[in-house]
Design a binder for this molecule. Structure first.
Ligand SMILES: Nc1ncnc2c1ncn2[C@@H]1O[C@H](COP(=O)(O)OP(=O)(O)OP(=O)(O)O)[C@@H](O)[C@H]1O
Ligand SMILES: [Mg+2]
Length: 220
């Protein structure tokens, strides 16, 4: 359901390749850890998968769409089926926490009452029930990270991507976040998580894709 074939990504034509000749597949409904040292290309791979950048060369298929060949107008519909927890959160500063989390449901056209109930439930789940009316800037890094997680999962995306979603959290919160990601997997989402946290991956053994220098090291 997500497949890369000999994919290369250069941020500028004259720059070194951030990803070089990458071939790999993520089966539908799978759970994969994405690992590798800083600069290995983990965030770059996730950017390709949520359509923020296009491959410089090679073939990329995401949820049945050939992204390398797709027309620009075909991508927004596909993007709405993908949930992302960004490494830098990217919450909307002019919206409160509840409205940040409700946004994907608004875009999906859900009714007002249901979307507020769903967003509220999700925020309670990540332990932020008391901060729903706060602005993102008034939250700690770890609280913002949990808002970003709630926003990514609230619309039950087919593909869920998380870029180091536990980097700002204490151990207990990190466990809770991983429990939520595993629950999304259990409900049918394909889940790919970039992390440096070896302890967490050992606690939850799953398929692991390792990158180094923009190349595939192992996938098993
Ligand atoms: N927007 C960008 N413009 C130019 N080069 C970039 C850009 N983003 C990343 N790179 C380069 O691409 C390579 C891979 O970076 P990437 O962010 O994918 O690594 P990473 O594995 O996510 O690292 P980290 O663990 O530090 O988050 C690096 O050499 C980086 O400098
Ligand atoms: Mg990164």
């Amino acid at each position: 359901m997500v497949r890369l074939e000999d994919v290369t990504l250069r941020y500028r034509p004259d720059a070194a390749a951030a990803l070089a000749g990458l071939t790999c597949a993520f089966p539908a409904g799978g759970f994969t850890w994405l690992m590798g040292p800083s600069g290995a290309g983990k965030s770059s791979l996730l950017k390709l998968l949520h359509l923020a950048v296009r491959p410089s060369a090679g073939r990329l298929d995401v949820l049945g769409t050939a992204v390398h060949a797709a027309r620009r107008q075909d991508l927004p519909g596909l993007r709405r089926r993908i949930g992302v927890v960004f490494q830098d959160f990217r919450l909307l500063p002019h919206l409160d926490v509840l409205e940040n989390v409700a946004l994907p449901l608004r875009i999906a056209g859900r009714g007002e009452k249901q979307l507020l109930a769903d967003a509220t439930e999700m925020l309670r789940w990540v332990g932020l029930g008391d901060l729903m009316r706060a602005r993102p800037e008034a939250l700690s890094g770890g609280e913002q990270q949990r808002v970003a997680l709630a926003r990514a999962v609230v619309a039950r995306p087919a593909l869920l991507l998380a870029d180091e979603p536990t980097s700002n959290l204490d151990e207990q919160q990190a466990r809770r976040v991983v429990a939520l990601l595993r629950e999304m997997h259990r409900l049918g989402s394909t889940v790919i998580i970039a992390t440096h946290n070896e302890a967490l991956t050992q606690e939850h053994p799953a398929a692991t894709l390792r990158l180094a220098g923009g190349r595939l090291v192992s996938h098993g």
